[in-house]
Design a protein around this ligand. Structure first.
Ligand code: ADP
Ligand code: MG
Length: 303
């Protein structure tokens, strides 16, 4: 895997269209490309003028695409969480797992977790491809997904401290009352604690994503916007977010140039020193030829 491209921007500005152009152009150059949509409101096949289909599809020479089934990933998280909770708390008989699962299923953050899980899985499964192009959901959800690995790392640091305190207290009880007083499944040392191991596991997954997202050699973040004030305002928020997390911003695509031009000067001012490409409006429902012509205006430069 040489590169991972994320297309970011407000809904309707042309992320999917640009992702299609990028994927087609790079595949035409002989690189193997996997194009994944992690937008719950999939429209990857619409953009290509194809009938909807599930699973991985071969689109053109060197190019595969998939609308990722996020619900399946959510089910997978829930199933794995139940299995792990059952094993962690097997010494407790009173845990109502079904009740806990319902709480987890409808908890804030579950959608983001499912998308992040899906993203990690896609990156691992298709690491044999040269390029992976990710078509993202609307800004709010995308930013939560991208920040999730970093917030998980902060949480784990705290949880580790609390867990160590619990184990310390258990150690005190064990030294006063004897090890057997705690029950044989109750861990006292870090090395024997399954919860601590789980924190290690979660940490390594989050770190993999955090390191990847910050890897300026591999990741290319591309911001798509139109010449209107709302898309500019949202783009500025995205840029500020990327800066805050230390994530790169590699290119600005000013898409559908010529429709209306409210803010050109402000756009130039907002993103100094980031390469900017102007993509023309090419008429309704761009076909494969149109998508390729748009992609060829910028794809190689950012790759
Ligand atoms: N350069 C362009 N020329 C003509 N139509 C375009 C162009 N870019 C996007 N569109 C059209 O605009 C609409 C929204 O584009 P889309 O790529 O789906 O946006 P997003 O993925 O950001 O929501 C689609 O109908 C698409 O065909
Ligand atoms: Mg889209």
């Amino acid at each position: 895997m040489e590169r991972v491209f994320f297309l970011l921007g407000k809904g309707g500005v042309g992320k999917t269209t640009s992702a299609a152009g990028l994927a087609l152009t790079l595949a035409d150059k002989g690189k193997t490309v996997f194009w994944a949509s992690i937008d719950p409101a999939h429209n990857l096949w619409d953009a290509l003028g194809m009938e909807p289909a599930s699973g991985v599809r071969h689109i053109a020479e060197h190019l595969w695409a998939q609308e990722v089934d996020l619900d399946r990933y959510l089910q997978r998280i829930l199933k794995e969480t139940t299995q792990r909770m059952k094993s962690f708390y097997r010494h407790l008989q009173i845990v109502n797992l079904e009740g806990i699962l319902d709480v987890i299923r409808y908890s804030p953050g579950m959608e983001e977790s499912a998308v992040l899980y899906a993203l990690r899985d896609i990156l691992e499964r298709h690491s044999d491809k040269d390029y992976i192009v990710v078509d993202t959901p609307p800004t709010g959800l995308t930013l939560k997904i991208l920040s999730l690995p970093f917030s998980i790392l902060l949480w784990i640091e705290q949880l580790r401290k609390w867990r160590r305190r619990i184990l310390d207290r258990r150690g005190i009880v064990a030294s006063v009352m004897g090890r057997d007083a705690l029950g044989k499944d109750v861990a006292v040392k870090v090395q024997e604690d399954s919860i601590y191991r789980e924190l290690d596991r979660q940490e390594s997954q989050a770190r993999y994503m955090a390191d990847l997202l910050r890897n300026g050699e591999i990741v290319r973040n591309i911001l798509v916007l139109n010449q209107d004030r709302l898309s500019l305002m949202e783009s500025k928020r995205i840029k500020a977010f990327l800066d805050r997390l230390g994530l790169p911003l590699n290119m600005i695509l000013l898409n559908r140039v010529g429709l209306v031009d409210e803010v050109e000067a402000d756009i130039l001012e907002a993103f100094p020193s980031i390469p900017l490409k102007r993509l023309p409006n090419i008429g309704p429902s761009p076909d494969l030829k149109g998508l390729r012509s748009l992609g060829s205006l910028w794809a190689e430069e950012v790759a």
